[in-house]
Design a binder for this molecule. Structure first.
Ligand SMILES: [Zn+2]
Ligand SMILES: [Zn+2]
Length: 159
């Protein structure tokens, strides 16, 4: 793991932060939105829409796929979660107060994902794109490799 961010990453802390954020934006974090966010925050790995739906149902909630997709759209719009296209799955954002694209370090061995959220990388992409007269509207960078925990495994390949 890289240097620990100074904030609490527990699901309850994330929900509390999300509630506050939605309140300041005049948005309503409904019970379903809260439940979906909690499921994504609690998941150790990126989680897909159908796995979220399964979990909602196991909690005794009825949720039709369109409802869950609309809920995910809301969470994406608010920057509370990110969608990883290569995995077709969602991860909680580590810093939702600040709008950003995010760079994701996806471990090919254990499937865990870390978020870099580097303003420098984001700015570089905007600059390089501008140089070829391309205006960036959104960017999500997905980087494949091995996480620190997997690199430490004695059975792992020596890089
Ligand atoms: Zn983020
Ligand atoms: Zn790993």
């Amino acid at each position: 793991m890289p240097a620990e961010a100074p904030h609490d990453h527990s699901p309850s802390a994330a929900i509390a932060a999300a509630e506050q954020l939605c309140a300041t934006r005049g948005q309503n974090l409904t019970e379903l939105r809260r439940s979906v966010l909690r499921i994504i925050c609690a998941a150790e790995r990126p989680i897909g829409a159908y796995a979220i739906l399964d979990q909602l149902r196991s909690e005794g909630r009825s949720g039709a796929p369109p409802t869950v997709y609309r809920t995910l759209d809301f969470l994406l719009e608010q920057g509370l979660v990110h969608r990883l296209a290569s995995l077709n799955a969602f991860v909680a954002c580590c810093d939702p107060a600040e709008r950003h694209g995010g760079q994701f370090l996806i471990c090919e061995a254990c499937g865990r994902v870390g978020e870099l959220n580097s303003a420098r990388v984001e700015a570089t992409i905007v600059e390089e794109a501008a140089a070829v007269r391309f205006a960036v509207s959104a960017q999500t960078v997905e980087v494949l490799g091995r996480c620190a925990a997997c690199l430490r495994l004695p059975a792992g390949p020596s890089a």
